[in-house]
Design a protein around this ligand. Structure first.
Ligand SMILES: CC[C@H](C(=O)O)C(=O)SCCNC(=O)CCNC(=O)[C@H](O)C(C)(C)COP(=O)(O)OP(=O)(O)OC[C@H]1O[C@@H](n2cnc3c(N)ncnc32)[C@H](O)[C@@H]1OP(=O)(O)O
Ligand SMILES: [Co+2]
Length: 142
């Protein structure tokens, strides 16, 4: 694990929470992105070298909707940056952690992501994030 890549915070209303976190952090969000495959709409802030990801559920089937219904708004996950997400998935699986998706999936902000079940991580949902090499190619095409 290289560093904390972002802190994910589940919110009911992205617009309301964008305004709140702009006040808290003193900077505007730099990106809003929907990740339909995860059932989330995200908003990103930079706080110095750190990143905050606000997450609103797109529908009731979203994992964030279930989290909000059960626990309300709050810290949802911690994401770590990794150089090689496939190797990390293999390493953590070998260590006995439950990796929720053995194949990395497309995340927000040009990342490939995977998640560890919180049951095996002291109740903290852990996300692994690797820069998506394809996103560099896509940005060159633009
Ligand atoms: C990818 C876009 C973006 C990015 O950064 O790129 C994201 O970060 S998307 C984030 C949203 N996506 C996910 O969270 C995917 C991984 N999460 C899941 O697969 C589920 O949420 C899962 C498996 C963690 C829980 O789903 P389940 O259907 O089992 O819900 P339950 O309410 O029954 O939960 C079971 C058990 O886990 C506890 N739980 C659930 N969510 C969390 C959480 N975020 N942090 C800590 N603990 C969590 C829940 O309380 C239940 O425990 P119990 O003791 O039984 O109450
Ligand atoms: Co995240």
């Amino acid at each position: 694990m290289k560093k904390i890549e972002h802190l994910g915070i589940a919110v009911h209303d992205l617009e309301v929470s964008n305004a709140l976190f702009e006040k808290i952090l003193g900077v505007p969000h730099y990106k809003i992105e929907e990740v339909a495959s995860e059932g989330v709409k995200t908003s990103f802030f930079k706080a110095g070298p750190n990143k905050i990801e606000l997450l609103q559920a797109l529908d009731d089937n979203s994992p964030v909707a279930k989290f909000l219904a059960k626990r309300g708004e709050g810290v949802h996950h911690i994401a770590f940056a990794v150089d090689d997400i496939v190797a990390e998935i293999e390493r953590l699986t070998h260590e006995g952690f439950t990796v929720l998706n053995k194949i990395p999936k497309k995340g927000a902000d040009n990342k490939l992501v995977a998640f560890l079940h919180p049951k095996g991580t002291n109740g903290v949902l852990i996300e692994l994030c690797q820069e998506d090499p394809l996103s560099k190619l896509e940005s060159r095409k633009e």
